[in-house]
Each structure stands twice: as structure tokens, then as C-alpha cells.
Design a protein around this ligand. Sequence first.
Ligand SMILES: [Zn+2]
Length: 118
Amino acid sequence: MHELSLIESMLSIIREEREKHGMTRIHRIRVVNGALSGAVSDALSFGWECLTQEGDMQGVALDITDAPLQVVCGSCGWEFTPEDVHCMACPACGEILGHEVMSGKELYIEEIEADIPD
Ligand SMILES: [Zn+2]
């Protein structure tokens, strides 16, 4: 399950941020998972629970926002969210090929909610 290794790299990013900003207690992590990121949100949640059962990240909540796929038609420039990621017909002109993906491939940490002493 590659989501586990994604969570591991997320945890190391979070630890670096904690170090850098002197966070005392982390409450919640917000993550954005694009429709084409290749990671399944349920599997990410499961991996997070596994890897934060004990240790320094115990009890930290993980919120995952699923970001829809957004593309621009390669033929007419119309921006749309395809209903089917495998066959993306443009609603404006019907073109299926050559669209540019604007968002939906991303997987990133949007926010870390934590206590930072003054
Ligand atoms: Zn089009």
C-alpha cells in the first residue's frame, strides 16, 4: 500500500515544520488529495491511524479534502470538471483529447493546526 509511505513522508515534513516553528502541540493536519493524485483518501486515513497510534503524533487528527479534477479543453479553452476521468469529453465542444490538467494531481499538506508559544 503506497499510501503508508506517503503518510511516512508527510509525517517527516510535519516534524520538520514542528521543529522549524517550535510547535508544542499539534492538533490537526489538513491535507488536499486530488482526484488524480493516485492516493485513495480512505487508505490515507487508515495509514494515518496506523502510524499515529503511538509516538509523538498520537492523537493528531487528519482531515482530507478531496480536490476534484479540473481541466482546460485543448480545443476551445473551456474549463470543466470531467465526470469520468478516463473519457473527458468537453461539455462546450465535445473534444475528448488534448485537455490540460489544471488541478487534481496534487497531494499536499494545506495546514497544520498547532500551538506555537510566543
Ligand atoms: Zn472544448
